[in-house]
Design a protein around this ligand. Structure first.
Ligand SMILES: *Cc1c(COP(=O)(O)O)cnc(C)c1O
Length: 387
């Protein structure tokens, strides 16, 4: 399917709503039936028919069809946040007594799901270094049912060899789930490499304007149906029609935004590589990175996140650099128009601080500003580091 068709037309039945170009927000809870027979039909086919908005809502369905097509899966199901999508996807595959193999250092709340939430229900989790696919095999037990991936992963942007991991999963009849948020649905399609369930925090690149939240799980019709009938309807973390509308609007510009983000990020990284204040850049698209070849093989392009290790162990110096940036905002949720930093220093207690560990890492997200504008900002912030 053409990317332009998916973004601009797929799922949009304009003749049914006065040929409006922008889809209507079906801001309704109920859809009424004319007869008992109609209602019986609606109740029997709640996975397909708009009957109640906690089930199917036409604005939400449009978004689901488009993201499924972008990921090349049969179906998708949208949630009120990325974490609702992660939780539903994982819960749909486990029961008490089961075991999960998960990469080390997934997204913060996925980490909490694995280490704090699931153990309460008798699900055991082993975390492995995902940079070696064989670690998944080594950690697999008789009761292993799921491998959880995130590639690139949060903060350090390590990759898993997706094809290698799914091959091992098939040997052991294990389901694979990946959080694909960092790559966007344009630059990596894990279902094409054998992954069963592909998740996005739509809050990030898909929405793209820092004004809406959502999440989505893509997979086979059977797998998505199973989630609909259970976690989706039972836990009820649905996406509102208005948020779905905002996410569809965001999608219209996803290809141009991703291209721009990719290009500007390369320019900013090239600038940072010249700076003596920068000790290291964690970014798999640098030719010197140990996973550069893998990045080229399984991703179509780079995205806008990387992490810089500053060349200092002085917390005050790190803070002066971060506090001096005027155009990079200090915030967590990336993927919007605005460039961001997230300094690990903000998570350490200055009183019990020891000069080891990750405290001198600063995660960057590059948005839609001009490269020169961002580079000038970095230049003046570096100049403030040692007054
Ligand atoms: C933000 C994020 C999430 C969670 O998404 P929300 O929409 O904030 O719930 C999950 N995974 C990754 C990689 C993220 O960056």
């Amino acid at each position: 399917m053409d990317l332009s068709f998916i973004i601009n037309e797929l799922g949009e039945n304009r003749e049914s709503y006065l040929n409006a170009v922008a889809p209507p927000v079906f801001q309704t809870g109920n859809f009424a039936c004319k007869t008992v027979a109609d209602m019986r039909h609606a109740l029997q086919h709640e996975t397909e028919v708009a009957f109640y908005t906690r089930g199917k809502n036409p604005t939400v369905v449009m978004l689901e069809q488009k993201i499924a097509a972008l990921e090349g899966t049969e179906a998708a199901i949208a949630f009120g946040s990325g974490m609702a999508a992660v939780s539903a996807a994982v819960l749909s595959r486990v029961k008490a007594g089961d075991h999960i193999v998960c990469i080390k250092k997934p997204y913060t709340w996925a980490n909490s799901l694995m280490l704090k939430f699931l153990p309460r229900f008798g699900v055991e989790v082993t975390m492995v270094d995902g940079t070696d696919a064989e670690n998944f095999r080594r950690a697999t037990q008789n009761n292993t049912v799921l491998y959880y991936l995130e590639s690139p992963n949060s903060f350090t942007f390590e990759l898993q060899d997706i094809r290698a991991v799914t091959a091992i999963a098939r040997e052991h009849s294990v389901c694979t789930v990946i959080d694909n948020s960092f790559a966007s649905p344009l630059f990596q399609n894990p279902a094409q490499m054998g992954v069963d369930l592909v998740i996005h925090s739509a809050t990030k690149y898909i929405g793209g304007h820092s004004d809406a939240m959502g999440g989505i799980v893509c997979g086979s019709r059977e797998a998505i149906h199973r989630i609909f009938k259970s976690e989706y309807m039972t836990l009820g973390a649905v996406l509102s029609p208005h948020e779905a509308w905002l996410l569809i609007r965001g999608l219209r510009t996803l290809p141009v935004r991703m291209e721009r983000v990719a290009q500007t990020t390369r320019q900013v990284v090239a600038y940072l590589q010249q700076r003596k204040e920068v000790a290291e850049i964690l970014w798999p698209f640098l030719p010197s990175h140990p996973q550069y070849e893998l990045a080229k093989a399984q991703m179509k392009n780079n995205t806008g996140q990387f992490t810089v290790r500053l060349n200092t162990t002085d917390l005050k110096v790190i803070e002066r650099f971060c506090d001096s940036l005027r155009h990079f905002l200090m915030a967590a949720s990336w993927g919007g128009h605005e460039s961001l930093i997230f300094p690990v220093a903000a998570t350490v207690d200055p009183d019990s601080f020891s000069a080891t560990g990750l405290f001198n890492l600063v995660r960057f997200y590059i948005g839609l500003e001009d490269a020169d504008y961002l580079i000038k900002d970095l230049e003046q912030a570096f100049a403030q580091m040692y007054p």
